[in-house]
Design a protein around this ligand. Structure first.
Ligand code: AMP
Ligand code: MN
Ligand code: MN
Length: 314
């Protein structure tokens, strides 16, 4: 059950050693929320250590503090540490960082599929991003702000709602974004950095689009990241999802990404269908219109299974 905003404040003030982590394959919300809370704790004079069990896409290099994010093997904790898990539904989503969870856990998240695993939680599926929740909390607490926090939280919110285009954008989302701009967030600076592509990545687009397929008269679109494609794009493929989403007539878009001959990572996006339910069939989760899962199947087989599950709901 959710604790109150005041309880979270008291908790963060109480602990001196705090581990901050977020989900693997971190997106703008995971990274932005992590950095913002870290900056805020620094301002409170706390020892906070950030950990993510994955490489971070260099699109986020412009965010202040990124260089202080550790890999799990670089950090040691004990049971006197509080762990704050951000933008993640369960400990299964933080990879090897789970080994560092020795004491109590606070979970701040906005996923509908949250597993309610933590001693303390603040889960708000009505918010478009974990960054929206943190903005609300920092504003409520009326404490310090700096530009680094504002930029990080604006990045978190904007990336999770498609720069205010997706249907998770509410009045509250926009009000929180406005508040961040008042605190110094720079929408132009952030967009310019996030949109900038190396020539290499841009050229890779033609290869990616060769692997775009349609099913069910174009109502389903699918991008396949085969090993051959990944060799050209690199591991960070988040930027290509919109090409599948934006195919005219597509109601559900998904990507299948090669992990190994027996493992495929799937990302799903929809214009209305509950893709959280599709992901849940395979042990994953997320939101109604954006979800993910991993299948212990080869890429082509995973693709067929996902198409079948989507078709049941079309
Ligand atoms: P992605 O397609 O990886 O960008 O994920 C879409 C949304 O679903 C994000 O909010 C993820 O945090 C969430 N998500 C992805 N995979 C899982 C999973 N296995 N379990 C729970 N949530 C997930
Ligand atoms: Mn996320
Ligand atoms: Mn999120």
């Amino acid at each position: 059950m959710n604790c109150s905003a005041q309880e979270i404040y008291t908790l963060l003030r109480h602990y001196d050693k705090i581990l901050l982590t977020a989900h693997v394959s971190p997106d703008g919300d995971a990274i932005g929320s992590l950095l913002a809370l870290w900056h805020w704790l620094q301002l409170q004079g706390k020892k906070a250590v950030m950990v993510i069990d994955d490489d971070i896409d260099d699109r986020y290099d412009f965010l202040d503090g990124l260089q202080y994010i550790n890999k799990p093997e670089q950090v040691e904790t004990d049971d006197s540490w509080l762990t704050v898990v951000l933008d993640a539904t369960g400990l299964g989503r933080i990879g090897q960082a789970e080994k560092l969870v020795r004491g109590k856990v606070l979970n701040i998240d906005h996923h509908i599929s949250n597993e309610h695993f933590a001693q303390w939680e603040y889960v708000r599926p009505d918010c478009a991003a974990t960054g929206e929740i943190l903005t609300y909390l920092f504003d409520l607490w009326q404490r310090d702000w700096n530009t680094a926090m504002a930029d990080a939280l604006y990045t978190a919110i904007a990336t999770d709602c498609g720069f205010f285009k997706f249907n998770n954008t509410t009045g509250h989302t926009l009000r929180m974004a406005a508040l961040l701009v008042d605190h110094g967030a720079r929408p132009d600076f952030i967009s310019e950095h996030l949109d900038a592509r190396s020539l290499e990545k841009l050229k890779a687009l033609s290869k990616v689009l060769e692997h775009l397929e349609l099913f069910d008269d174009g109502r389903i679109s699918c991008l396949s990241y085969t090993p051959e494609v990944l060799k050209i794009t690199g591991e960070h493929t988040g930027m290509y999802m919109d090409y599948a989403r934006n195919v005219k007539g597509s109601e559900v878009a998904f990507t299948v990404k090669y992990v190994s001959d027996k493992e495929t990572r799937v990302s799903l996006r929809s214009k209305g269908m509950d893709v959280n339910a599709v992901a849940a069939v395979f042990g994953g989760g997320g939101h109604v219109r954006a979800a993910g899962c991993t299948l212990d199947k080869p890429l082509d087989e995973a693709k067929k299974l996902i198409v079948k599950e989507i078709e049941k709901r079309l």
